[in-house]
Design a protein around this ligand. Structure first.
Ligand code: DLL
Length: 440
């Protein structure tokens, strides 16, 4: 039989297309090993199982997963640095750490086998958005303890692409290298890419003249409106990559060319969505907290890890042909919500609201303060030079529209302040959207 030749198909992507039943068998087989491993080697997990009167033998099918105890970020903090490792140090070949928002680090570990799985899911991630051998990938995720740099690096090499390990920062050099080395793809946070877009003309570069065509953006929430801005202003395709250190790093889920939600690499990461309040599993399509179980992680198995990331799962077939379920874009975390006058507000709502207003730039910050016991919010938004240099009337008009747009999305009136371009601090990595001055 003559097979169609698809030069874009990477053999590592074969599991993306498995019939669901076969994948479930694989998940089930791997899950049993994982639960046993955690039970044998991680005392916290064993004690929690014993507390529930359970042994690994009580897990008889994938349907029993919701009965297993959850693991939380707090557990990693409390068992810092090595308390949740299931492998002896001699088998651990890499450590990473994440400082998160609280400033306290968590440490994660990898065996040689874990690194192979990580490279495998990264190859599948790059492949899903159309990258292949021959691409020149500029990796501007930070190298070091952050998982973004090395995660993308080894994935890109395993793909057979050429990696430029430039790491984050030094915008002028990023643009020079991008041009001179002919980068066809870039990996970085969406907020850093916005910074590159903004700086390019000032430093004498035109992104549209370069071979750059793909962005692999993640590590922080970004909205669909932000994607549209990025694509319109740079001429590249912007894809969403999701992951977290506790599970592996980048490469837990990745968008395909359809840009309609990220496919979870379910043969390695078993997803559930649970109700934030009750902890009960939710059906497909309903929004809740993403809970992930690693199905292969040797050094540090995570069973039912509560990610705090809010999303929904869909099993609808994707046009790309992958049978992997997809998660809807993660716009918020349960812990980045702030409550103002009894209403829950997420930074992503503000982002969507401000990007609807013409004349605004996608650089903003939300400042929380407390005045006489009452929480106050001020949204600071940069506006274009034209708007800023315009009449007071024009500025007021943008401000009014902004206030209205925020009110439509949140139901609340916030103080807004329009500021000049370049006023809000840029980040080389994850953007800081909320500045909480309430404790000070
Ligand atoms: O940010 C891993 C990563 C690196 C992902 C590079 C993608 C690209 P952590 O530093 O542990 O790991 O942060 C994980 O970042 O729980 C989410 O809240 C958030 N996050 C990551 N990717 C996305 C995304 C890396 N695509 C935390 N959309 C996660 C929204 C994301 N949030």
């Amino acid at each position: 039989m003559k097979m169609p030749v698809n030069p874009r198909f990477h053999p590592a992507s074969a599991p993306d297309y498995l019939p669901r039943g076969q994948r479930q068998l694989l998940q089930w087989q791997r899950l049993q090993g994982m639960v046993q491993r955690a039970y044998d080697h991680v005392s916290l997990f064993r004690e929690r199982m014993q507390g529930l009167g359970m042994t690994p033998q009580d897990v008889r099918s994938l349907e029993d997963v919701p009965k297993l105890p959850c693991m939380l970020k707090k557990d990693l903090l409390e068992h810092y640095p090595y308390g949740l490792f299931a492998s002896p140090m001699k088998d651990i070949v890499r450590l990473h750490a994440s400082t998160g928002t609280t400033g306290k680090p968590i440490v994660v570990a990898y065996t040689q086998e874990d690194l192979q799985v990580w490279a495998n899911v990264m190859v599948r991630s790059f492949s899903a958005c159309g990258l292949h051998a021959g691409d020149i990938i500029q990796n501007a995720y930070g190298y070091g303890m952050f998982t973004g740099g090395l995660g993308a690096h080894y994935g890109a090499e395993a793909l057979g692409a050429t990696v430029i390990p430039i790491s984050g920062g030094n915008t002028q050099r990023q643009l020079m290298v991008m041009k001179d080395f002919g980068a066809t793809a870039i990996c970085c946070t969406p907020s850093y890419f916005l910074h590159l877009i903004e700086q390019a003309p000032e430093l004498g570069f035109n992104l549209r003249d370069l071979p750059l065509r793909t962005g692999v953006f993640g590590a922080e929430p970004w909205t669909e409106a932000m994607r549209q801005r990025i694509e319109a202003e740079s001429g590249i395709k912007a894809y969403d990559i999701y992951g977290l250190s506790e599970i592996i790093g980048p490469g837990v889920a990745m968008e395909c060319r359809c840009q309609a939600g990220a496919h979870i690499f379910e043969d390695w990461f078993y997803p559930e969505i649970i109700d934030l309040k009750t902890g009960q599993p939710l059906p497909d399509g309903e929004e809740g907290e993403l809970v992930l179980t690693t199905l292969g992680k040797q050094a540090m198995p995570m069973i039912r890890y509560r990610t705090r990331d809010i999303t929904a799962l869909t099993s609808e077939p994707c046009e790309c042909g992958r049978t992997l379920r997809r998660i809807q874009r993660i716009g918020r975390r349960s812990d980045d919500m702030f409550i103002i006058r009894g209403v829950n507000v997420y930074p992503s709502q503000i982002e969507t609201a401000l990007l609807r207003v013409e004349g605004t730039l996608p650089h903003y910050q939300i400042i929380l303060t407390r005045e006489k016991g009452l929480d106050e919010v001020e949204v600071q938004v940069e506006v274009t030079r034209e708007v800023f240099g315009d009449t007071v009337g024009a500025l007021q008009q943008v401000q009014r529209q902004l206030g209205k747009s925020i009110e439509t999305l949140t139901g609340l009136r916030f103080k807004t302040r329009l500021v000049q371009p370049q006023t809000i601090q840029r980040s080389e990595g994850k953007a800081k959207r909320v500045v909480d001055r309430r404790q000070m």
